[in-house]
Design a protein around this ligand. Structure first.
Ligand code: MSP
Length: 523
């Protein structure tokens, strides 16, 4: 039987600046979702990439005195490097300058022209370079500024091509209302239904005189295709809409587009209008996450508070990005705004990963070595504490339920709750005392804790793949934790015999040493 598929995408990043932890947050979250669904036996395709056309990139390259393509090549390779460091395991990194994508965008534009959904008209409008979009006066704040970029939009008069978005607004509203999982978190649905009321036709091209770094309109060489139709179509190019129909049929419709709340309108209105007009099936879910601030302030080059994965790994002397992945996904419920500060980062990962999780494994294995020479003498369900086992199994189901709605933070909380209860289980039973009075009872306690650690490492693997692999190995398992599926958990028995020695027990996560970190920063 063919595996069920799961197609997940992220927003594609503008390459006018370097990658920061805001971009990383979205890619990490998507990577966690992708890894989780692989654990559920799905054939996952994970697409990410960069958005390389438009006025912002044209200007950045101009300021640097290099060609836009040269600039995009350099910057997109920085994004790829950052995603490697963050262990983002994507299937394709798409660039909107890729040939298959440019061909697709030109095809889509001509197709919409042919179908009568794109027409030419003269236009005067207020253009925000930050949004790469025309804004209606109603969308501006009280000073007449773009509410997101806090800048006055430019008045632009041009002859452009327009997409008949207004024709689709009722159908879009109906689709949103009929499909409760279409916009997640659900709390964002109303905001989009309200915005839909004001939707007018949108400009989908710019004159080549004002923006020349764009894909040409095939049938009109004075016009370039404006960024949103170009950017959004990456989601169908990425799975072979033009060049590999079989692949496209396999993965489309997309299961979830993961994007930031600032671009929800473009995804849940513009993109859906384009797809409806092209007669292409609609994606199942659009998930809008919140924004990450630094010390409660928006990250910006001018404030000099932009933090990257690289800087954090350097500052805290990290051997992998697991603690950053863990922190970002737990700093706020996925979907809400979150904040990064060095203090919160240190205290959260030290408390959860070092004290709660790492110490539990460490002290259990140490007792196994001390009292039982590192050996396990039994295996199978008969020694398992029924309550603890039920809790493990319920946690698996709970985690799956949470992931069905992309509630990653709540899924992690459920796993940490299991670790908390197990810590209490150890403290209540005091195996160090049992070791003196009832060795078999002591052994059972240790065995049960190691069973929980098996569940925990596999459940947390999507979030902290490196630490989980270490736990898995210290439990005596060989091989790759990524190959283990959630359905295998119940039949995956701990090995009978030696699983640990004094030398094999190592902390799976070292507390972030604030002094070392501070020292490095000063340098
Ligand atoms: N190129 C467009 C997206 C096109 S998708 C077809 C774009 N690029 S962006 O570089 O500005 O942003 C890329 C993604 O990163 C967006 O989803 C955006 O919300 C997200 N983030 C950028 N800064 C962020 C934070 N500080 N925090 C969290 N996410 C943020 O928009």
């Amino acid at each position: 039987m063919e595996k069920e598929t799961f197609y997940i995408t992220t927003a594609i990043d503008y390459v006018n600046g370097l990658p920061h932890i805001g971009h990383a947050y979205e890619k990490i979250a998507s990577d966690v979702i992708a890894r989780h669904f692989k654990q559920r036996g799905k054939d996952v395709f994970f697409l990410t990439g960069s958005d390389e056309h438009g006025i912002k990139i044209q200007k950045t390259a101009q300021d640097l005195g290099i060609s836009p393509k040269e600039h995009c090549d350099k910057t997109s390779s920085e994004f790829k490097k950052a995603w490697k460091k963050a262990d983002i395991d994507y299937n394709r990194y798409i660039r909107t300058t890729d040939t298959d994508h440019e061909k697709l965008v030109q095809w889509a534009f001509e197709e919409l022209l042919k179908r009568g959904d794109i027409y030419k008209s003269s236009y005067t409008g207020l253009y925000c370079n930050g949004c790469e979009a025309f804004l209606s006066p109603r969308e501006l704040d009280e000073n007449g500024f773009c509410p997101i970029h806090k800048k006055k939009p430019q008045e632009v008069k041009e002859e452009n091509y327009f997409f008949k978005l207004s024709k689709y607004k009722d159908a879009i509203a109906e689709h949103i209302k009929k499909n409760p999982k279409f916009i997640l978190p659900k709390s964002r649905e109303n905001e989009i239904l309200n915005q839909l009321k004001d939707i007018e036709d949108i400009s989908v091209s710019r004159s080549k005189n004002s923006v020349n770094w764009s894909i040409d309109v095939l049938s009109d060489s004075n016009q370039g295709i404006y960024v949103w139709i170009d950017a959004l179509s990456n989601y169908i190019t990425g799975v072979g809409f033009l060049e590999d129909k079989e692949k496209f049929m396999k993965y489309w419709p997309c299961d979830v587009h993961v994007i930031g709340k600032d671009i929800l309108k473009f995804h849940s209105i513009y993109w859906i209008g384009f797809l409806m007009a092209l007669g292409i099936e609609l994606p199942k879910t659009i998930f809008a996450h919140g924004w990450i601030t630094i010390d409660e302030t928006k990250m910006s080059k001018s404030l000099g508070n932009v933090i990257s994965i690289d800087t954090l790994m350097e500052n805290f002397n990290l051997e992998n990005a697991d603690p950053i992945r863990y922190f970002l996904l737990t700093t706020a419920s996925f979907g809400k705004d979150g904040n990064y500060s060095d203090e919160d980062f240190k205290s959260k990962v030290n408390a959860d990963l070092a004290n709660n999780l790492g110490n539990l494994l460490n002290r259990t294995l140490s007792m196994l070595v001390k009292y039982f020479d590192g050996k396990i003498s039994f295996s199978g369900n008969s020694y398992i504490d029924k309550e603890l086992l039920a809790l493990c199994q319920n946690t698996v189901r709970e985690v799956e339920r949470k992931f069905d709605y992309y509630e990653i933070t709540e899924a992690i909380e459920a796993i940490i709750h299991l670790v908390d209860i197990t810590n209490k289980y150890v403290n209540d039973r005091a195996p160090w005392t049992l070791a003196k009075t009832d060795l078999q009872a002591c052994e059972k306690v240790l065995y049960n804790v190691l069973e929980v650690m098996k569940y925990t490492s596999i459940l947390l693997y999507p979030v902290i793949p490196n630490i989980s692999q270490k736990i898995y190995n210290q439990l005596g398992f060989n091989g790759q934790i990524k190959d283990i599926q959630l359905k295998d958990l119940e039949n995956l028995n701990l090995k009978i015999g030696q699983i640990a020695t004094k030398e094999s027990i190592k902390p799976v996560f070292l507390r972030l040493d604030s002094e070392i970190a501070q020292d490095k920063k000063k340098k």
